[in-house]
Design a protein around this ligand. Structure first.
Ligand code: FAD
Ligand code: EPU
Length: 348
């Protein structure tokens, strides 16, 4: 186990805000995690597990212990039909994707360049370019911090949904994801249905490396590199609305992107709504709506947490006034002692 003397959270989250924790510790084994939870010195402190902090907004200083997941190791086995990967939670997601493609174990290429760790990937069921984690996930191993038991949840038990899983619902606290099992079919089929991959769909033969390269190229063109410009990816989820509301907006804006989402529902593109509401590039203090992808809020330079919170509030209110659509933030808001939300902060 390794303690960080400096308690600045700046290097440990991708928004790059100047916030602090009481203490920051790296856990390199499941024993480390249990030790921190049982140590008298930390017993009374609030605790937060952090991967790479790429889906977090620290709304103020965290008055507790931040535990960085640094569990490492990958093992592979195979059957006639699949490769089965058992990956420790502290491995970097993108490096895993790159490595599997290089090893001719395709299947994860559409999920290239998503920041963060493997152990965080099931929490919001990461997804991009037509593939979600749940399409490749076999199981998730969780360490229960009160008992020390490790429980294996099947993908079905994880209750994956769009940016959702059991880990955002009933299994939100008191556990750590220590490993993820992935299964990659040897009979590989490219997934090219997402509009931006249509160039590749025209070609007769497509390999996983070409999809990996294309996804990286598109993402680099649109999304700000968090090491250069602080951000946490899409700040809001794409909203699912009743079809009557979606159709009403579409009558006025026939070019609006919209996708069927179950019975009498439609999924809309939050980035499009924010742009059409006139907010692309909008600045508030040091925070701004990204000028290439309006769904991303950025730290344009020395933003305070309050700047980002106020900008998020302004975006939600303006989109609601313009279209009657309520946006819900995807980014996890962290308060002084526990998770909070934009709604909770604004009601205070
Ligand atoms: P963190 O931000 O550190 O943690 C996220 C949450 O999980 C926190 O609540 C934390 O307490 C909890 N947590 C972390 N690890 C564990 C653990 N082992 N056990 C229990 N709880 C834990 N997401 C997508 O789905 N698709 C995208 O295309 C995408 N693109 C992005 C692009 C950019 C530029 C950025 C900055 C982010 C993007 N994201 C995307 C969001 C982000 O990459 C994912 O949510 C990622 O899985 C977060 O991983 P992390 O390790 O940084 O998690
Ligand atoms: N759009 C605009 N203006 C914008 C942004 C988008 O008009 O400023 C339009 C696009 O033209 C397109 C539609 O909105 O018609 C969708 O845009 P895009 O393909 O860029 O995807 P997105 O819906 O903005 C989602 C995910 C991303 C994921 C991409 C690719 C969510 C909340 N976001 O973004 O995930 O990488 O699709 O699959 O579902 C993340 O979760 O952090 C993330 C980056």
């Amino acid at each position: 186990m390794k303690a960080h003397c400096n308690t600045s959270l700046k290097p440990f989250h991708t928004f790059g805000l100047d916030v602090h924790a009481k203490e920051i510790i790296a856990a390199q084994s499941t024993e480390d995690f249990l030790a921190f939870w049982r140590d008298d010195a930390y017993k009374m402190l609030p605790k937060l597990i952090v991967g790479e902090g790429s889906n977090l907004l620290f709304c103020q200083d965290f008055e507790g212990l931040v535990v960085l997941n640094r569990l490492k190791g990958i093992s592979v086995s195979e059957t006639d039909t699949h490769w089965h990967l058992h990956v420790a939670g502290g491995e970097n997601w993108h490096e895993l994707v790159r490595w599997t493609v290089e090893q001719n174990m395709p299947g994860l290429e559409n999920l290239a360049l998503i920041p963060g760790l493997v152990g965080s990937a099931p929490i919001q069921n990461i997804g991009a370019y037509g593939v979600e984690l749940n399409d490749r996930c076999e199981y998730v191993d969780v360490l229960h911090l009160d008992t020390g038991n490790i429980q294996r949840l099947s993908a079905h038990e994880c209750a994956f949904g769009y940016r959702d899983s059991i880990f955002k619902q009933s299994l939100k606290n008191g556990y750590v994801i220590v490993a993820v099992g992935l299964q990659l079919a040897k009979a590989w089929e490219p997934v090219l249905g997402y509009g931006a991959l249509s160039d590749l769909a025209m070609q007769n033969v497509v390999c996983a490396q070409a999809i990996f390269n294309k996804v990286c190229e598109i993402r680099r063109a649109k999304l700000p590199d968090p090491y250069l410009l602080g951000n946490a990816g899409s700040f809001f989820k794409n909203p699912v609305v009743v079809a009557s509301l979606g159709n009403k907006i579409k009558e006025e804006y026939p070019d609006m992107p919209a996708y069927p989402a179950g019975d009498h529902q439609m999924k809309l593109a939050a980035g499009w709504l924010i742009e059409k509401a006139g907010l692309k590039g909008h600045k508030l203090g040091g925070a701004a709506v990204h000028d290439k992808q309006a769904l991303v809020l950025i730290n344009a330079g020395n933003a305070s947490a309050q700047d980002v919170v106020q900008l998020a509030k302004h975006v939600v209110e303006t989109v609601y006034q313009s279209f009657g659509v309520e946006l819900e933030h995807e980014v996890r808001f962290i308060g002084a002692t526990e998770e909070t939300s934009l709604e909770a902060i604004c009601l205070r």
